[in-house]
Write a protein that binds this ligand. Structure first.
Ligand SMILES: Nc1ncnc2c1ncn2[C@@H]1O[C@H](COP(=O)(O)OP(=O)(O)OP(=O)(O)O)[C@@H](O)[C@H]1O
Length: 603
């Protein structure tokens, strides 16, 4: 799979790698934004909007700090730190003291970030709101913008359903509590069993139990390594975060948000957090490894740099289920883009990267809506009565109400035109319920996301909720189909203006079905309240004709468009990787010395 950076590189090589990785030349998008504070900055005011753009009076959310998730190559390169040989697991935590993760040496005050504010044309503000890590704070001398009451500050308490931290955290003394009880999808997972076996034998897991094989990439808050649970041939992606660096860059809360969200997940298209442990210096998340790379990279390899409509249908359907599940847990994802959709070894997808997510309260509701009078029923919802069964694609026997909760198709509650004729509905006599899992009351004032994917309401500073995920879903669908995003401008600022003011247009080629374009049109409605899925979330989208024929309940048994080549883990850990292998990238992570050590950089 494509990694964002590599191991064992000289500072020079590292510099090139970094530069190529971060620039458009490598067709990587600029990093996502997170504005977490407010003060003075350039507003997106009506007079600045392009001709013909709607005259928007932005709610004055000002910006003091823009947290770019990844820093510029130049700032990073100059801060490159020493690499380290890892070998004796017992020594690891101490040895790592010489290593810096993240951008520890960057200015802590966000000085360079302040500069970016004006580049990005963000509204000024008089309030400070942060919720990438879901924090909320007052601003001195300025108005206070508060989140809605149902918003839960992350890092303080999680309202997510699912497993508790004791399931996966080895910080806790309750490691023996871990089981797949709260993660039914893990019941037959050998990696889960391997972790449990070590736990029950040794108590707590730590660095020493893992062998790092290859650097898979690095993000703003840590680096991700392919690692093996020693002696098990079970492989994981381990995200290693330097706690001091996180603290100095005020990103502890973001890291905590990500960890808490990961802990709460148990879904086929979302990451499994197998364990989490802390050393004095590091916080480590052990997750499922996806060898297929991300959809951004995969798209570049397609003819015409876009997927076929059939492939797109598969990927977006899986992403839709993942988003639906997140919304049911009260998590607004906010960072959907192909780079964050990883491909598993079986070709199915895994949505990753939760540090920009927003958490809020939600009550998934099962509504009997098959009758045409679904509007009436929506006003008088019929509850499922099985609050534990909130998994839309649940086909596990452990799901106690599978037949009543989730049929393979829902009835359409859309217009007559979109509805199937009665005879095509088969013999569904009993009304099928509709699951409404939309945290419609979620509200955030943060400016987070990736320019080309930012929803208009985020740019305008109007406050946003779960509908931003349906906007990004529309952009995502567009990009996979057409090989580009719809509102990209000559620069970030132009892109933001286009998102707010330019109408949606489709290129003539590639030729894309009417239903695909219709779905995109429904999703890329600038006013969130008129956007498809605004009220009933994923349920509305699933019923769109674009997804005709999709068996939602069994999609994870469907054949993926592409299955990644098997990874030769053994070869990676082999001490005898040839230099030519290394030159062409194969086994580049293997450390060819007798100790099987892996040298790697944290930055
Ligand atoms: N489970 C995984 N399997 C395979 N590769 C992964 C996995 N998780 C992350 N990666 C790789 O590591 C890279 C860094 O991931 P990470 O989540 O730390 O950063 P990011 O996606 O850039 O986001 P952020 O900056 O918010 O941390 C990813 O871009 C991806 O290529």
């Amino acid at each position: 799979m494509a990694s964002k950076s590599s191991t064992r590189t000289s500072p020079d090589k590292q510099r090139k790698l970094l530069a190529s990785h971060k620039t458009e030349g490598n067709s990587r998008r600029p990093p996502p934004l997170q504005i977490s504070k407010t003060s003075k900055s350039e507003p997106v005011t009506p007079r600045e909007l392009p001709k013909g753009a709607p005259q928007v009076v932005a709610k004055q959310v000002s910006v003091e700090t823009i947290e770019n998730k990844k820093h510029s190559p130049s700032s990073l390169v100059d801060k490159l730190n020493s690499s380290l040989s890892l070998g004796d697991p017992k020594r690891l935590p101490d040895d790592l003291s010489a290593v810096v993760i993240g951008t520890k040496n960057l200015p802590e005050d966000g000085g360079d970030q302040e500069k970016k504010t004006s580049d990005q044309g963000v509204s000024p503000a008089s309030a400070k709101v942060s919720d990438g890590a879901s924090s909320l704070a007052k601003t001195s001398g300025s108005a206070k913008v508060s989140e809605r009451a149902d918003f839960v500050e992350s890092g303080k308490s999680s309202i997510c359903r699912g497993s508790t931290s004791s399931d996966v955290s080895d910080e806790s003394t309750c490691s023996s509590l871990s089981s797949s009880v709260n993660k039914p999808h893990k019941a037959n997972d050998i990696r889960w069993e391997a972790i449990q076996a070590v736990r029950s034998k040794e108590g707590v897991l730590n660095f020493g139990h893992f062998r790092l094989l290859k650097k898979l990439g690095c993000g703003d808050i840590g680096s991700v390594y392919l690692s093996e649970l020693r002696g098990t041939k079970c492989y994981f992606a381990m995200k290693v975060m330097d706690k001091t660096s996180l603290a100095s860059r005020k990103k502890l809360l973001r890291a905590q948000t990500e960890r808490e969200i990961l802990q709460s997940l148990d879904h086929p298209f979302l990451p499994s957090l197998y364990t989490h442990f802390e050393t004095e210096k590091y916080s480590c998340l052990v997750m499922e490894f996806c060898p297929g790379g991300d959809l951004h990279t995969l798209r570049q390899r397609q003819p015409g740099k876009h997927f076929t409509e059939q492939a797109v249908k598969f990927y977006v359907a899986e992403v839709l289920l993942a988003l639906e599940y997140l919304h049911m847990l009260g998590i607004v994802y906010r960072d959907l883009k192909p780079e964050n959709v990883l491909v598993r070894d079986d070709g199915h997808i895994m949505l990753s990267d939760f540090d920009l997510s927003l958490r809020c309260a939600v009550s998934p509701t099962l509504v009997k809506s098959s009758a045409p009078e679904s509007e009436l029923l929506r006003k008088n919802p019929v509850y499922c009565g099985q609050p534990a069964c909130i998994e839309p694609s649940c086909i596990q026997p452990s799901c106690v109400v599978p037949t009543t909760c989730f049929g393979p198709r829902f009835f359409s509650s859309k217009s007559k035109k979109d509805r199937k004729p009665k005879n095509e509905m088969g013999n569904q006599v009993t009304p099928l319920p509709e699951l409404i899992a939309e945290p419609t009351n979620a509200r955030s004032m943060s400016f987070v996301g990736t320019h080309e994917y930012l929803a208009p309401e985020i740019i305008k500073g109007e406050g946003h909720g779960s509908a931003v995920d349906w906007w990004t879903f529309g952009i995502f669908l567009y990009e996979l189909l057409f090989g580009k995003t719809p509102f990209k401008g000559s620069g970030n600022r132009a892109t933001l203006f286009n998102v707010v003011g330019q109408p949606l247009r489709f290129p003539e080629t590639p030729v894309v079905s009417f239903s695909a374009r219709d779905l995109i049109r429904g999703l890329l409605v600038k006013e969130p309240q008129h956007r498809l899925a605004y009220k009933r979330g994923a349920t509305e989208i699933k019923q769109h004709p674009f997804f005709e024929g999709i068996n939602w309940a069994l999609i994870r048994c469907a054949s993926p468009p592409e299955i990644p080549k098997p990874v030769e883990f053994e070869r990676m850990s082999s001490p005898t990787v040839s230099s030519s292998d290394k030159a062409n990238g194969a086994g580049s992570a293997a450390y060819p010395d007798q100790n099987n050590y892996l040298e790697f950089d944290f930055f």
